[in-house]
Design a protein around this ligand. Structure first.
Ligand code: S3P
Length: 450
């Protein structure tokens, strides 16, 4: 679906107490990887709980274009992969829409193939830096035949006859870059090594091992991870149950914390420790979040979360926590807008290269709605107003600019559930990239958004 169509604004209003039980869609990171690894492995992969958002569907289409069979039978996605090393050259450019993860991981996956692949995307994706992935790929022998200035899309890659294994130290905290190099290593003879100074989400490592890759991780005394992958091994199809996305859960969760009288339960949320920074931070702020029925499902920790309205207090969120909550800062800033005192968020440099410059987008949206905040180079400080009196944007009649960013749209719609005046965002369309059920799910809990 193209998003250059007419924008669809949406408005959130101060709502009665939220109540009920909800299930958020499957984790986006695991869903992308399920399609990719299933499409590559020999034999059949069966996936339940997959996020059927636009971003993930693009990855499914890309794997199809390279020879995988991808079908839906009832609730289950059934993939028959090509076998490792056997992807085919796609006949047309791979269009990744808005999806950074899908495009960057696929560049790694196919970059080392002796074929030409072209990557295109929407205006947001075409403005995002791809050099962070192209840099290590070039070292492995991949030629970049075409790229827009600054290593941006459209990008055409041509792999070498035989890729060279490398040892690559990831220069920024990025699971996408780590994963792209590991996936390039799958089609490279010998051992490819990724050195990860700051741990990021580890779904690629866990899932590749599950598919049978010869992958090992050693963590040295300084906490630096060394990840080794042996190329050209066999991958075998798996059965995958995708747990609920903690990043999507963040929206109803913060909504319940800020709307007085709320009491909701969000079921089956992924609790992988590389993803739980938001929970920890909200608990430190005084959020009443009970972690119920902790269990293991298909190799991942999951739990149900009971969330009740809470009187929040500002905290300082340390920079080291950023990788475990990188996508959650916009909604944390919304919680902070209702907290007593100041919330200081540090180590946010990566927010500038997400689907939008999220640091600027959040600060501008908050200011537009009367929230006092300061945007630093890589930090954000929010001074909250418990009860939300005077907040909201009705008087100015201006909408929050979402810049083709799903999480900016959802975060500001959550803000409007507890501000005195309504909050309007300029476009809701991008929400479908990661959380197509957002409007319906929030309405069922009692939120007033239209
Ligand atoms: C993701 C990694 C993160 C995150 C993105 C999903 C992944 O990006 O923001 O939504 O699935 O690997 P970076 O690697 O750029 O931090």
């Amino acid at each position: 679906m193209a998003h250059d169509a007419t924008p669809q604004p949406a408005t959130a209003r101060r709502s009665p107490p939220l109540s009920g039980t909800a299930r958020v869609p499957g984790d986006k990171s695991i869903s992308h990887r399920s399609f990719m690894f299933g499409g590559l492995a020999s034999g059949e992969t069966r996936i339940t709980g997959l996020l059927e958002g636009e971003d993930v569907m693009r990855t499914g289409q890309a794997m199809k274009a390279m020879g995988a069979h991808v079908e839906k039978h009832g609730n289950e996605w059934v993939i028959r992969g090509t076998g490792n090393g056997a992807l085919l050259q796609p006949e047309a450019p791979l269009d990744f829409g808005n999806a950074g993860t899908g495009s960057r991981l696929t560049m790694g996956l196919v970059g080392t193939y002796d074929m030409e692949t072209t990557f295109i995307g929407d205006a947001s994706l075409s403005s995002r830096p791809m050099g962070r992935v192209l840099e290590p790929l070039r070292q492995m022998g991949v030629q970049v035949l075409q790229a827009a200035p600054g290593d941006r899309m459209p990008i055409t890659l041509r792999g070498p006859k035989h890729a060279a294994p490398i040892t690559y130290r990831v220069p920024m905290a990025s699971a996408q870059v780590k994963s792209a190099v590991l996936l390039a290593g799958l089609n490279t003879p010998g051992i490819t090594t990724v050195i990860e100074p700051v741990m990021t989400r580890d779904h690629t490592e866990k899932m590749l091992k599950g598919f049978g890759a010869n992958l090992s991780v050693e963590t040295d005394e300084r906490g630096v991870r060394h990840i080794f992958i042996e190329g050209q091994g066999k991958l075998t199809g798996q059965i995958i149950a995708v747990p609920g996305d903690p990043s999507s859960a963040g929206f109803p969760l913060v909504a319940a914390l800020i709307v007085p009288g709320s009491d909701i339960t969000i079921e089956n949320v992924l609790m992988n420790p590389t993803r739980t920074g938001l929970l920890l931070t909200l608990q430190e702020m005084g959020g009443r979040i009970d972690i119920l029925n902790p269990r293991n499902a298909g190799g991942e920790d999951v739990a149900d979360l009971r969330v009740r309205y809470s009187e929040l207090k500002g905290v300082t969120v340390p920079a080291e926590r950023a990788p475990s909550m990188i996508d959650e800062y916009p909604v944390l800033a919304v919680a902070a807008a209702f907290a007593e005192g100041e919330t200081v968020m540090q180590g946010l440099e990566e927010l500038r290269v997400k689907e939008s410059d999220r640091l600027a987008a959040v600060a501008n949206g908050l200011k537009l709605n009367g929230v006092d905040c300061t945007e630093g180079e890589a930090s954000l400080t929010v001074r909250g107003v418990p009860g939300g009196k005077g907040l909201g944007g009705e008087a100015k009649g201006e909408a929050v600019r979402t810049h083709l960013d799903h999480r900016i749209a959802m975060s500001f719609l959550i803000l409007g559930l507890a501000t005195e005046k309504p909050v309007t965002v300029d476009d809701r369309a991008m929400i479908a990239t990661s959380f197509p059920e957002f409007m319906g799910l929030m309405a069922r809990l009692g939120a007033e958004i239209d």
